[in-house]
Write a protein that binds this ligand. Structure first.
Ligand code: ATP
Length: 388
């Protein structure tokens, strides 16, 4: 009997319920179209709402066990967090509900965040057209600002609070970077650059190291490691920029960038910038990938301002499904999943370039479900067209 792939689906907060429904629709469509089998487990709720609804006892549905998390061939989740939840010290530092725990626990050390201005999307930078912006951020995902902020893994008892009479008077966060942690994510970036088209400006395969070396010790280690790893990739140009300078150049000259590798917190921040550069956070996909495990999520948060209005753009999580299927396909050398990953991306391109079905963030008036349905249709059409 053909192997089936186990996918664990987790919901989250805010717009999560609306967009996770569409993600599942796309997985089902891909399965039917490309002839593989998925065992989708869930979707189970977790997150801030679940925490408050449980009377501040648990943030995770009991079916989400560690065994399940480890057994799954892939995981995906909707965004998590609600206003007020980040101030809940018990939730954040004892119970844990943020995906950062999964990132460390599953050792998903590379957070892959593509940024491409697609045909049919109005860019925010004057004079930049589709094709001018096409880079991928590779964010280190288990160290630096998040070395300790983990529920299952990480280093305990380094950062913390100093309390006097029960009142927090001092807070300390310790950032840690290791040679191994830097090396593997930097190699990941160079390997990716080898597979990708070069930068839009000159077609060169290029990896840019963005951090603040020479000032912060951890970032100096990151840069030193980058310079060392780069020697093994003479076919890829090694470029570097201080992270503050990078944000300037990403706006002024985005076409120069191809693959950008950066320590954790900078990656978090510049990912929102790259969301804007692609025209909407609703298009910003992400995959947390390691050697053994991967989980997909959109780059954006739970967007409570638009939750329950059925206007959230599901494209970000749908593109993340494409990245996940491709990762599983590569791991198991299964061309059906790799093709599904590529066709999901292409289906989004076709839909956006037609410009008929789009949510309000892109200037349209369609709802979340209509966009999910339209992408599913495009996947089927492209499959038939490719076969003909
Ligand atoms: P976080 O701080 O956890 O990243 P957030 O909800 O405060 O989460 P983002 O999710 O980064 O912030 O999004 C910023 C804004 O972008 C949202 O308030 C929302 O208006 C818009 N946005 C985010 N995701 C989508 C989406 N999928 N579709 C449409 N608009 C979105």
């Amino acid at each position: 009997m053909a192997r089936s792939y186990k996918i664990l689906a987790l919901i989250g907060d805010g717009i999560a319920e609306e967009i996770v429904t569409e993600a599942i629709k796309i997985l089902r469509t891909s399965e039917e179209t490309f002839g593989f089998n998925l065992e989708i487990i869930g979707p189970y709720p977790f997150g801030a709402k679940y925490w408050f609804d449980s009377g501040r006892k648990t943030a995770w549905h009991p079916e989400i066990t560690r065994d399940l998390i480890y057994e799954a061939d892939g995981i995906f989740k909707g965004p998590v967090g609600l206003p007020g939840s980040l101030e809940d010290v018990k939730l954040n530092y004892e119970v844990g509900f943020l995906p950062v725990a999964l990132r460390s626990d599953l050792d998903c050390y590379a957070n892959i965040r593509p940024c491409r201005l697609r045909e049919g999307v109005k860019g925010v930078l004057a004079g930049k057209k589709p094709g001018d912006i096409d880079f991928v951020i590779i964010r280190e995902n288990t160290e630096q600002c998040l070395a300790e902020a983990t529920h299952f893994g990480g280093i305990s008892d380094i950062s913390g609070y100093f309390k006097r009479a029960g009142k927090i008077e001092l807070a300390a966060d310790v950032f840690i970077q290791t040679t191994k942690g830097c090396e593997r994510v930097i190699k990941y970036a160079f390997e990716l650059a080898r597979k990708r088209r070069g930068a839009p400006i000159d077609g060169k395969k290029r990896v840019t190291c963005a951090c603040k070396w020479g000032i912060l010790r951890g970032d100096s280690l990151f840069k030193r490691t980058f310079d060392e790893v780069a020697k093994s990739y003479p076919d890829v140009e090694a470029d570097s920029a201080w992270i503050d300078g990078w944000t300037y150049w990403a706006v002024m000259r985005p076409e120069f960038y191809n693959v950008v590798v950066t320590p954790n917190q900078y990656g978090d921040i510049i990912s929102d910038l790259s969301g804007a550069l692609q025209g909407s956070m609703g298009l910003a996909a992400a995959l947390n990938a390691g050697d053994q495990h991967a989980f997909a999520e959109a780059t954006h948060g739970s967007a409570p301002d638009i939750a329950r209005k059925n206007i959230a753009n599901p494209t970000s999580i749908i593109l993340s499904m494409g990245l996940l299927l491709n990762w599983i396909g590569e791991k198991h050398d299964d061309s059906r999943l790799k093709s599904a990953g590529a066709v999901i991306d292409k289906a989004v391109d076709v839909l956006l370039s037609e410009g008929k079905v789009k949510t309000p963030d892109l200037g349209g008036s369609n709802n979340t479900k209509q966009v999910g349905d339209a992408i599913a249709e495009k996947i089927k059409e492209l499959y038939i067209k490719n076969k003909a």
